[in-house]
Design a protein around this ligand. Structure first.
Ligand code: TAP
Length: 484
């Protein structure tokens, strides 16, 4: 059967009209959509390279206005409001995301390039789940073990990346609102659209003006926002490089900071693992969302005795992945988000070949236009190679082998990052032994990429600090013992 086509899939494209894409989008400040004073940007459909919409961006004085609006809303309305009332608004946001789920899913796939089955089944439902979860906390903060009457911090300045645009917004905005803070959020330059539809949802929910403000723009807008003296808390998700820059900028100030940064996770397969199940977890770990996942299992560590079996089965499985139109319901791998990201992936893959690793790329047909990269697996990888050390943030897996448990732990921890890890073995005792030694914020056992709003998520080392989700995520938006 290998190599033969078992059956063909007929195209099953979702209708792009469902997204109701407008030609022009505007920033959302103090409850109103108005053009900003920045240079307008054009957001592309990465599957075609064509312009999807024009977005008005903000100037630094617009950021001032957004922060003032958030401050006013914080002092007058949002923080004095009883938790029971705030909960209703947060719950309403969750319900409206559900109501507009199909529109949001199609829009996310158009703007980001991710397959519709992922935006439809993961991004949007999980975003709604975060609002539902936090709506439940809004009137119970006194029972969260964070003090009898925990107080919000004030205005949160939040900056998010392009890989899960609406979901990262939900991770940031839901806990901030539930705990009584107000928000100014900057979406990524290449994926601003679902954040601006979320702004419409805030209007629909009749959220008081100024509680949520969305300020589209580039890195300069992010920088203005995070260093703004009117911001009490900065929450950033993005690259380690920019995270370090922000930490330096805020050093010595009283602004609270949480950073969710990059990763280079080890996915560790032992010889007693259920190999077929592990193959599915490996594929999900690195090819979900084109590998644009901070916690992607991008380093596969396989026990030497089973590496041939794992590699053979893995290649056979990866060959079946369909790459193409993100709006096609059969597509497994969509478009790379931007030409810049595609160039970065190509450069790192070339370095892997140059440094002597063995490259295998799926022979699947790749669309000729748009930004696409076929799933790729490197074997014969050494820990010193760039593909084993640097975050590729694309559909590229590096495979290494180990012999003993200690060696697996050492290899897994040999990285400046520490966001996530995976372990595949039948032995529960081995899972427990390993999880206490792996320096990673999340360790998945016999599964990968599982998310739940109740489970805290965050990193060690250069993957950042602070947690999002669960009780720890609430604490990041509340005054603690060390605050006045
Ligand atoms: P970045 O270049 O760091 O961008 C992230 C966000 O920060 C974008 O909105 C960006 O604006 C903005 N930004 C750029 N320079 C800034 C500055 N000097 N000050 C403040 N904001 C600034 O990362 P990216 O390429 O968009 O995202 C990919 C990275 O994010 C990966 O390394 C990935 O691992 C990480 N990530 C981590 C997580 C978690 S939870 N740990 C989740 C997702 C992604 P522009 O869009 O205009 O550049």
């Amino acid at each position: 059967m290998k190599g033969e086509t078992v059956f063909d899939y007929a195209p099953a494209p979702e209708n792009p009209d469902i997204a109701r894409v407008k030609q022009h989008y505007q920033p959302f400040i103090d409850g109103e959509f108005t053009d900003g004073g920045g240079e307008p940007l054009k957001t592309l459909n990465p599957a075609t390279g064509e312009v999807l919409a024009e977005v008005s961006t903000v100037s630094s004085s617009d950021v001032d206005n957004a922060v003032s609006a958030a401050r006013e809303a914080f002092e007058r309305v949002w923080s004095p409001m009883p938790g029971t009332e705030r909960a209703k608004y947060v719950f309403r946001l969750a319900r409206l995301i559900q109501e507009r789920a199909r529109e949001l899913a199609v829009l996310e796939s158009l703007d980001n390039g991710k397959p519709i089955k992922e935006s439809r089944d993961t991004d949007i439902p999980t975003a709604a789940a975060h609002f539902f979860y936090h709506a439940g906390w809004a009137d119970k903060l006194g029972y969260a073990g964070l003090g009898r009457d925990p107080k919000p911090l004030g205005v949160a300045g939040q900056v998010i990346p392009w890989n899960f645009p609406l979901l990262m917004l939900a991770w940031k905005i839901a806990p901030a609102l539930a705990t009584g803070n107000t928000v100014v959020l900057k979406p990524a330059e290449t994926t601003p659209l679902t954040a601006l539809v979320f702004a419409e949802i805030c209007q629909q929910a009749e959220l008081p003006p100024g509680v949520v403000n969305i300020v589209p723009g580039g890195g300069d807008v992010g920088q203005t926002l995070v260093s703004h003296p009117g911001v009490d808390k900065v929450a950033f998700t993005g690259s380690t490089e920019v995270g370090k820059q922000i930490q330096r900028q805020l050093a010595g100030s009283r602004t609270r900071l949480t950073l969710e940064l990059g990763g280079k996770a080890a996915n560790i397969v032992f010889d007693d693992a259920a190999i077929d199940q592990a193959i599915e977890g490996i594929v999900n770990g690195i090819f979900f969302n084109q590998g644009h996942v901070c916690c992607a299992g991008s380093r596969l560590l396989v026990q030497e005795s089973v590496v041939d079996e794992v590699l053979t089965n893995l290649r056979a499985r990866v060959e079946t992945l369909r790459i193409g139109d993100p709006l096609d319901k059969n597509t497994d791998i969509g478009a790379i988000n931007s030409a810049e990201q595609l160039a970065k992936i190509r450069e790192l893959v070339a370095s892997g070949e140059g440094e002597g690793a063995s490259r295998w790329t799926s022979p699947c047909p790749v669309p000729e236009r748009g930004f696409f990269f076929a799933p790729t697996v490197f074997s014969d990888v050494e820990s010193s190679m760039r593909i084993a050390r640097e975050e590729i943030f694309g559909p590229v897996l590096s495979v290494q082998t180990f012999r003993t448990l200690d060696e697996a732990v050492t290899m897994a921890n040999t990285t400046p990052y520490g966001l996530s890890a995976g372990v595949w073995t039948e032995k529960g005792s081995r899972i427990l032994w390993l999880t206490s030694r792996l320096r990673a914020g999340v360790v998945w056992a016999n599964t990968f990429n599982r998310f739940d709003p109740a489970a805290p998520f965050g990193g060690y080392k250069e993957s950042g600090f602070g947690r999002e989700g669960g009780r720890s995520g609430l604490a990041a938006y509340l005054q603690g013992d060390d605050d006045d």
